[in-house]
Design a protein around this ligand. Structure first.
Ligand SMILES: Nc1ncnc2c1ncn2[C@@H]1O[C@H](COP(=O)(O)OP(=O)(O)O)[C@@H](O)[C@H]1O
Ligand SMILES: [Mg+2]
Length: 289
């Protein structure tokens, strides 16, 4: 049996090279305040992978995506073990475009900070009088570029995304930049409206796109998971303050109250967190994990 080692190990995901394809594995690791916690959140990896699969299926008529299979039987023998079952996705290899495609339907986080300074987010002027966590009149596209490893990404305007792409893909900057913006907004609108009908606010999210062999723009990475998005419970939503995170609120609250914990959480906090991931999955998909 051929052994595989990850070509990339992120905080939460591991990526394996499989020749023509990639295998992306979501682990049960969880990070909070940019630190990987010592506990595992059982089933989190599986839930996140199945959630991406759900959204990829729902939106394949808007834009093609990189998903090939989430069934380990379609993958090399090495992946046919318990630790990869359900949490692995075989994907088409893409040439990634150098822009993180962020869309915001609500104002929070770095967008809220920027608005408070000068009334804009990534060069977009917003109406006066918005309060924290307010819904925006229309979702806005606020791209960023990947900074060097370790640095935070840099927010840019749509106009600035054109030369960023042009640099790597001469003659294509304008075309790809416009496609990324239009796809991003269309994907967010459809999915946020759907999630809202199930009781979950998707405040903002990030997509990544790449090119396939024929030069088509294809949606890659993970899609609309709590790791790439801000999910808020609709119940109790109240603008004018920050909102609780759907999945990580218990973890963050406990860590703040226990600064000396060294990032080891008690079992009841873990259990409640697992329940939140299951609940989000069940609400969104209408199925049990
Ligand atoms: N289909 C794909 N083909 C090639 N690279 C991809 C594909 N989908 C996602 N990627 C890339 O895989 C990497 C995933 O890494 P990740 O664990 O999210 O860490 P980070 O975002 O910090 O680099 C990203 O660089 C992303 O752009
Ligand atoms: Mg990433």
């Amino acid at each position: 049996m051929k052994e595989f080692t990850p070509i990339k190990e992120g905080k939460v995901r591991e990526i394996y090279d499989n020749g023509d394809s990639l295998i992306m594995v979501a682990t049960d690791r969880i990070s909070a305040f940019d630190v990987i916690l010592k506990n595992k959140i059982t089933k989190k990896g599986k839930i996140l992978t199945q959630m991406s699969k759900f959204w990829f299926d729902l939106t394949k008529d808007i834009v093609p995506n990189h998903m090939l299979s989430t069934d380990v039987k379609d993958m090399p023998e090495y992946f046919q073990q318990e630790q990869f079952d359900g949490n692995s996705m075989m994907c088409r290899k893409l040439k990634m475009l150098p822009v993180e495609c962020i869309v915001r339907g609500y104002i929070t986080g770095s967008g809220w900070a920027s608005y408070q300074k000068d009334g804009t987010v990534c060069g977009i002027k917003l109406p006066e009088g918005l309060v924290e966590s307010d819904k925006l009149p229309e979702p806005i596209y606020t791209p960023s570029t990947k900074a060097e490893i370790g640095d935070h990404d840099i927010n840019i305007s749509f106009e600035e995304s054109i030369p960023a792409i042009e640099k790597e893909f001469p003659g294509k900057g304008e075309e790809y930049a416009a496609k990324l913006r239009d796809y991003t907004i269309a994907l967010y609108k459809k999915c946020a409206e759907y999630a809202l009908s199930k009781g979950i606010i998707i405040a903002d999210t990030k997509f990544e796109f790449g090119l396939d062999e024929d030069g088509n723009v294809v949606l890659g990475d993970e899609m609309l998971t709590p790791d790439s998005s801000r999910f808020w419970p609709l119940e109790g939503y109240e603008p004018g303050k920050s909102q609780p995170s759907y999945d990580k609120q218990f973890v963050r609250d406990w860590l703040k109250a226990n600064p000396d914990s060294d990032y080891l959480l008690p079992q009841d906090v873990i259990d409640k967190t697992i329940e939140k991931y299951e609940e989000a999955y069940e609400l969104l998909t209408g199925e049990k994990i």
